[in-house]
Design a protein around this ligand. Sequence first.
Ligand SMILES: [Zn+2]
Ligand SMILES: [Zn+2]
Length: 77
Amino acid sequence: MSEKVYCKYCGKEASSVFHLTTGSCSNNPEGKNHVPYEGSEKSKYTCKYCGKEASSIFHLTASSCSKNPNGKKHVPL
Ligand SMILES: [Zn+2]
Ligand SMILES: [Zn+2]
């Protein structure tokens, strides 16, 4: 039971959803806290707005997305 959870907006890693969502997220366009990524762990993550691919959520969300209507960063599918 060592499954990790990741924030879908910034890629922050935590040991549980509880620990993840207690921290504040500077990339979240809808609120202040980290939001867990619902999908399963993948070898490659794709931005749902522009299709950009990255090897981790952290790397995907580190750069800005010109097609994201709500925020500034790429958001994993
Ligand atoms: Zn976050
Ligand atoms: Zn994008």
